[in-house]
Design a protein around this ligand. Structure first.
Ligand code: CA
Length: 238
C-alpha cells in the first residue's frame, strides 16, 4: 500500500525521471522532477518534499554535494533520501562514506522495487515522527535516528563508542558530565573500565572532529572540565 506524500526526483536522465514520476503518481504520490543539484536545492528551499530520490551523477552540483547541503540544514536534514547509483560498487563506496542517504538503488532497477522502497521509507519517517533525536551544537550535529555525526554538514566516521560519547555530551546540552556518567552512557555499566578509558576515547573523538573541520573549532567544543569530566559547549576564546 502506498503512503501519502510528496516526492522530489533529482535526475538528469529525462526518460528515467519521467518513468519514476509516472510510477509514483500512479501510486498516489505528488511527484515533481528537477534535473540538477542546484535546481533541487531551490526546489527544496521553496517547499520541502517528504522524500527525495537523488541520482548520484548530476551535472554541476553532484548528488553527494547536494545531500551534504541537505543534511547540513536543520530544516532539511531529516528528509529521507533514496540515492540512485550507476554501479553496484558505488553503493559500497556510499555506505563507506556514510553520506547520509537512507537507501540506495543500483541502476537499472524496477519501478515496483522503487515504489516499495519509497513506501517503506515514508512509513519509517512517519513512525520516527518528530522525536528530538537530532541535536546541533555549533558546527556539530548528532543525529541519533540516522546514527550520523556531521561537522559543518560533512559526515564524520566514528566508532560506536565515540558516537555514544558524543551523543551523551550533546544530550546534556552544555552540562558537565563526569567520567563515570560518560562510562555508563558510552561504554555500558557492565564493563570494567577505568576513568582514563574515557579520556582515550575523547582524545580520539577530538582528533576525528579536528580532521573533519580544518578550522579546528569543532574539536574545541568538547571541553575538559578539570577534575570533573567533559562538556559540549561553545569554546571561549582565551
Ligand atoms: Ca545522472
Amino acid at each position: 500500500m502506498a503512503v501519502e506524500g510528496s516526492v522530489l526526483v533529482v535526475e538528469d536522465e529525462r526518460d528515467l525521471a519521467e518513468l519514476v514520476c509516472l510510477k509514483l503518481s500512479a501510486e498516489g504520490y505528488r511527484c515533481s522532477a528537477v534535473r540538477s543539484g542546484l535546481e533541487a536545492l531551490h526546489a527544496v528551499e521553496r517547499r520541502a518534499p517528504d522524500l527525495i530520490i537523488l541520482d548520484r551523477m548530476l551535472p554541476g552540483l553532484s548528488g553527494d554535494e547536494f545531500i551534504g547541503r541537505l543534511r547540513h540544514n536543520p530544516r532539511t536534514c531529516r528528509i529521507p533520501v533514496i540515492m540512485l547509483t550507476a554501479k553496484a560498487e558505488e553503493v559500497d563506496q556510499l555506505v563507506g562514506f556514510s553520506l547520509g542517504a537512507d537507501d540506495y538503488l543500483t541502476k537499472p532497477f524496477s519501478m515496483k522495487l522503487l515504489a516499495a522502497r519509497v513506501a517503506a521509507l515514508l512509513r519509517r519517517a512517519r513512525a520516527a515522527g518528530d522525536s528530538p533525536d537530532v541535536i546541533a551544537a555549533g558546527p556539530i550535529t548528532v543525529d541519533a535516528g540516522r546514527h550520523l555525526v556531521t561537522v559543518n554538514g560533512k559526515p564524520v566516521a566514528l566508532t560506536a563508542t565515540e558516537f555514544r560519547l558524543l551523543q551523551a555530551l550533546a544530550g546534556a546540552r552544555g552540562r558537565v558530565l563526569d567520567r563515570s556518567q560518560l562510562i555508563d552512557k558510552a561504554l555500558g555499566t557492565d564493563v570494567a573500565v577505568i576513568d582514563r578509558t574515557i579520556d582515550v576515547h575523547v582524545t580520539s573523538l577530538r582528533k576525528k572532529l579536528n580532521h573533519a573541520d580544518e578550522g579546528e573549532a569543532a574539536a574545541r567544543w568538547i571541553q575538559t572540565v578539570r577534575g570533573v569530566g567533559y562538556s559540549l559547549r561553545e569554546p571561549v576564546n582565551e
